[in-house]
Design a protein around this ligand. Structure first.
Ligand SMILES: *Cc1c(COP(=O)(O)O)cnc(C)c1O
Length: 399
């Protein structure tokens, strides 16, 4: 189908929930995508961070093919070997003791909130149920996760949103102390905020948060849906800070774009879940887990977090040259290959100009150009991206 026809029928038959660029992709290879007309694009946004191994990676494609030929799905009323293996792998390489699998990021966060509330409920009764999230946080679009997503535009028209959620200013310990009450059961945050503008948590702040959590028996939940899985120079972003959570959520790059979410927790927390307390039909099914295993085994074998760190440092260095050249380009943000370029102007139109140059990226928080390239991105591809940005920036008049 030609793109015009796809767009026309798309408008006719699918709900109008996304602002989409006028393109449909047909195939991909590494860091490149090819559209329905055969034009090639450099993908520096990688499915919003989901395509950690890029497109059509042999380790992933083969894992899917092999598993699909054997068994795609069985219900969680049976043991699933691939699920057990993935749980073991995640536990052995993280702070956690047990894993629960679901199908998306928001679902993983829902599970984390449920687990945290159940933990407090069993120990203290039903008053201690409040979850504090951070300003600029993004934790998902379900009715409950909207309660911990800061941007009010996502909530408008969907009330009532469940109660028991509030916000404290990110990286401000006084504000957090003020928000905490005896009913606080969990503090939830992205280790590095994604949608909020690619903002890392402050190390000292995090240290103090951890101390408060331990003192008051408040659970610490890290949402690593975007920043986890080797993107920030460590397998999990919390390793950059030397501080472990009680619960962590993963999704996006865990399955290389195949839908899977995970919630990982310490035993003292995980043990409050008993049969029937939580569940999902598809979560942790053989195909999803085999895909994640293929992904994770490749990442571990290649120690891809090291490549992410090196490539991220190189990318940041190149972007810094743009700061020196253009006074309205403010700063490079993020860690590893989770990269933001903060501007003094709105960045939306730059995304469209980059698209015309066949460079894919996006813009978040209004003025932060965001890059979540595949972890396998090559130096030449980074060079090419920065050259395209430079070419676009040259034409922009700012007064
Ligand atoms: C993408 C994202 C989510 C939501 O994940 P979905 O799979 O879209 O539900 C939650 N938290 C963070 C930090 C994210 O980046």
């Amino acid at each position: 189908m030609k793109i015009d026809a796809i767009m026309q029928e798309g408008n006719q038959y699918t709900m109008n929930t996304y602002k989409r660029l006028p393109v449909a992709f047909q195939s991909g290879e590494g860091s490149y995508l090819k559209d329905t007309e055969g034009k090639q694009y450099l993908d520096m946004i990688g499915g919003l961070g989901a395509c950690g191994l890029g497109h059509n990676h042999p380790a992933v494609t083969k894992a899917i093919q092999d598993q699909a030929e054997k068994l795609i799905h069985v219900a969680n009323i049976y043991w699933i070997q691939e699920q057990v293996e993935l749980g073991k792998l995640l536990v052995q390489h993280s702070f956690g003791d047990k894993a629960f699998f679901c199908n998306s990021g928001a679902e993983a966060n829902e599970a984390a909130i449920k687990l945290a509330r159940k933990y407090a409920y069993k120990k203290y009764g039903d008053q201690k149920n409040e979850v504090i999230a951070m300003t600029s946080a993004f934790h998902g679009r379900t009715i409950a996760t909207l309660g911990v997503t800061y941007n009010k535009k996502y909530q408008e028209g969907y009330g009532p949103i469940p109660t028991g959620f509030k916000f404290a200013e990110f990286n401000n310990i006084d504000a957090l102390n003020e928000a905490i009450t005896e009913n606080t059961c969990a503090i939830m945050m992205e280790t590095i905020q994604g949608e909020g503008g690619v903002t890392p948590v402050d190390k000292d702040f995090l240290k103090e948060v951890k101390a408060i959590c331990e003192e008051k028996d408040i659970l610490l939940i890290f949402d690593e849906i975007q920043c986890g899985v080797a993107r920030t120079g460590k397998l999990f972003a919390y390793e950059n800070y030397g501080i472990e959570p009680d619960i962590m959520t993963l999704a996006k790059a865990l399955g290389s774009g195949f839908p899977i979410g995970a919630m990982i927790a310490k035993d003292k927390v995980a043990e409050v879940f008993n049969p029937g307390d939580h569940g999902t039909t598809f979560g942790g099914n053989p195909l999803a887990c085999a895909t994640a295993l293929g992904t994770m085994n490749f990442i571990l074998k290649e120690k891809l977090w090291k490549k992410a760190e090196e490539s991220g440092a190189y990318f940041a260095e190149k972007l810094t040259e743009l700061i020196d050249k253009y006074p309205w380009v403010k700063q490079v943000k993020g860690k590893g290959l989770m990269v933001g370029l903060e501007l003094e102007i709105e960045g939306g139109f730059i995304v469209e100009k980059a698209f015309e140059e066949r460079l894919l990226m996006n813009c978040t928080a209004g003025n932060v150009l965001r890059f979540l390239p595949p972890l396998i991105i090559e130096k030449e591809e980074i060079d090419k991206s920065v050259e395209i940005l430079d070419k676009i920036f040259k034409e922009i008049k700012v007064d």
